[in-house]
Design a protein around this ligand. Structure first.
Ligand code: RBF
Length: 343
């Protein structure tokens, strides 16, 4: 995929069932049984938390919908086998998940169970009649968070040093991270100042906050003063170290300002809960377009920056906010040209 976006484009498992008594189901409303397949652990990973919350909220408002949330745990080698046995039960009309690596697993499971349907967010896969995907335009979110990081690292804000260096801590490398999230962040930072460099390091898993903390500490010593992090539960290690040593963090996907005021100084938002509820509404009405994939970003209403939180307003200098708010307005209006690399 290579699209110019300037104009118009484009473990163990706690189980939670919503099994309403048949009498509650309105006449004519189809029943829908949904497996929410969490590829990891829900707690600490906002994209999973929002997926589960959206599905449960939808089920709470629709007696005909039954939702089971299954946490597959961190052993990625087990995911396909676990999903296969869940699907083999024949209990679920729909498997709902959120992970770039899931479509391939679903395609393989679907070959054995041809009637199974899958909707996966945070992924791109088309041409399989059992699978529908929605990809968040993470290049775009990383672009604006990177721009904010670039403005801060080159500023006179309290913890900004003279090194013009930003840090990026990732749990693991995968195509969406390597091709969209990291390049978008660097692109954004360099729009603030082309001389900015980036220190990129990998934790090795999605839970080891101590390792993330050690990495952050050595990165701060090496000059990074503003960080991005895509590391699920491990992210908290960076946040605590940035708090202790004096550095800033911009956060993808969720409002984390309150977790470390004055340290987390910029948060994007991913409307995963909204999208989840829309998907289930579509599934209930039989309107999901299996085989298709859709990309959703700021202009489509699924990504944005949270600019009205005290964590931003009270802790980022007025000069930076003025520049960044103007940039966000341009992003929202489609006035910032950029090219999304192939995945
Ligand atoms: N993101 C999380 O927040 N927590 C996770 O445990 C997690 N596990 C992942 C495992 C794999 C194999 C891949 C490819 C991605 C994972 N992600 C996880 C990343 C997530 O899907 C998403 O890309 C990022 O959260 C950025 O939006």
């Amino acid at each position: 995929m290579s699209v110019l976006f300037s104009a118009a484009f484009f473990g163990a498992c706690p189980r939670q069932d919503r099994a309403p008594a048949p009498a509650e189901i309105p006449d004519g409303e189809a029943r829908l049984s949904v497996l929410v397949y969490i590829t990891g652990v829900t707690a600490g990973s906002p994209s999973y938390e929002m997926l589960a919350a959206g599905a449960e909220e939808f089920a709470a408002g629709h007696p005909a919908v039954r939702v089971k949330v299954y946490e597959a745990g961190f052993n990625q080698a087990e995911w396909e086998e676990q999903l296969t046995s869940l699907v083999a039960s024949g209990e679920y009309d729909l498997v709902l998940g959120s992970n770039p690596s899931l479509p391939e697993i679903c395609a393989s499971v679907g070959e054995k169970f041809p009637d199974q349907k899958f909707v996966i967010t945070d992924a791109m896969y088309s041409g399989n009649s059992r699978i529908c995907t929605y990809l968040y335009n993470q290049y775009e979110q990383s672009l604006f968070l990177g721009y904010l990081a670039g403005l801060i690292t080159t500023s006179g804000m309290e913890h900004a040093n003279g090194a013009k260096r930003v840090g990026f801590i990732a749990a693991q490398e995968y195509p969406l991270l390597d091709n969209h999230i990291v390049p978008g962040f660097l692109d954004g930072a360099r729009r603030a100042d082309p001389g900015i460099t980036m220190d990129f390091r990998v934790v090795g898993n999605w839970y080891d906050a101590n390792k993330a903390s050690d990495l952050a500490s050595s990165m701060i010593d090496a000059g990074s003063d503003v960080f991005a992090v895509i590391a699920g539960g491990a992210s908290q290690g960076l946040v605590r170290t940035a708090e202790r040593m004096g550095a800033y963090v911009v956060f993808h996907n969720t409002n984390e300002y309150g977790g470390a005021p004055g340290v987390i100084v910029g948060c994007g938002v991913m409307e995963q809960k909204k999208l989840t509820m829309e998907i289930l509404a579509g599934a209930l009405e039989g309107k999901i377009q299996y085989g298709s994939s859709r990309i959703v970003g700021v202009r489509e209403g699924y990504l944005d920056f949270i600019s009205d939180d005290p964590g931003y307003v009270e802790h980022v200098s007025p000069e930076i906010r003025e520049k960044f708010d103007a940039f966000m307005d341009d992003i929202r209006a489609g006035r910032i040209p950029y090219t999304v690399p192939p995945l």
